[in-house]
Design a protein around this ligand. Sequence first.
Ligand code: SDX
Length: 425
Amino acid sequence: MSNKKFHLSEEGTDTSIELPVLSSTLGQDVIDIAKVPETGCFTFDPGFGATASCESAITFIDGGKGVLLHRGYPIEQLAAKSDFLETCYLLINGELPSASEKKAFEQTIKDHNNVESSVEQFMAGFSQGSHPMAMLCAVVAAISATYHDSTDVANADDRNLTIIRLLAKMPILAAMCHKHFSGQPYVAPNNDLSYSENFLNMMFGEPGKEPNISPVLAKAMDLIFLLHADHEQNASTSTVRLSGSSGANPFACIAAGIAALWGPAHGGANQAVLEMLEEIGDEKNIDEFILRAKDKEDSFRLMGFGHRVYKNFDPRAKVMKETCDEVLAELGLDNEPLLKIAKRLEQIALEDEYFVEKKLYPNVDFYSGIIMKAIGISPEMFTVIFATGRTVGWISHWNEMLSNPYRIGRPRQRYTGYTKRDYPA
Ligand code: SDX
């Protein structure tokens, strides 16, 4: 509790309430508004831009300074020194693993590196070419049936097993979505490979053929998963928390998170960025798109720019841009036209008064699509990759909520409909 207090009083009456302030270890303290209904009013905050929905110790973002910490560790340091599974362990458990803990964690994931044969039958119900996010959302919800009766969300061991199952199975399901979308045969998981090598092999390998994974691409894939791992109370994480607050099956909650992530304003932006760059087509067309992005009458937005929280560079975008340069150079694609358009677009946008005044900087989605395209991932799969990386964040928040006292989430509203009226006689 902070020593600060706020008083809410109504002009002209003696209605007044005291609102305690709860201190945070970093960032803004919070005003506890539980007593506000005593005034006869609700607070009103569409889009929750000024609302802290929960307590969390997992990730901290300082949007003004472009800071992102996972359990206190800066994302730049994790990107440089850690790997995706170690970061998963950190997000879930709160501390980095020892060497033996990391080895055991990796093996536990491998021990669950499979999906039931019924999943193939389920996937066969989708026509080839169905959007991979539609398939991923549905198939994750479907496997809730496999684990429903054996999962007690109030039991910590069941929750931990759920976390392992999801981390192990998401890459398999994601790769199956790619294979079904492109009409290719599935490739089985291979426990001789690392997490990201195994994913790339299931994506681009062929049944019965020896894996042949570029270490550079495997490292880039691992970094893409790491950079997407968690991001505080974003729309999809809040969706997982809200659905989990009713005690719903965790696989169903993750499916809800996948659905929320799909939108172009959120995780669907990476596919939209690539489509935008391809639509721009040439640097000479950039000015026209900048004008459209600034035109209030035009719904077009510069995809990959802007963020509800970051009013500075998204630190993930900086790391992603460096990786983009490395991967394209390694692949001999450093003259990739889309990269040149992206860099020119970023340079112009960052000098343009509209973007400067509104503090619109490149976000995590701006460069990720270019890397994924260079790796050979189709744009329809970009958000599936995002979801595969973000699963650890979603399930860590779910577990954090269920490991502490919680109530079902139930926002109220500002009602603007009819007053009571009688049905015509
Ligand atoms: C992710 O929340 C998270 O943490 C998300 C995420 C995560 O890891 O989970 O970081 C991942 O979703 C990144 C964001 C990906 N989305 C995009 O790149 C889509 C393009 N960006 C915009 O749609 C927008 O910037 C949002 C959705 C990201 C943020 O929207 P906000 O916070 O609701 O901001 P806003 O719509 O109120 O915009 C403020 C002003 C508006 O102008 P005014 O009405 O004040 O005149 O800025 C303008 C907007 O029109 N604006 C843009 C713009 N983004 C905002 N104008 C042009 N192009 C843009 N991209």
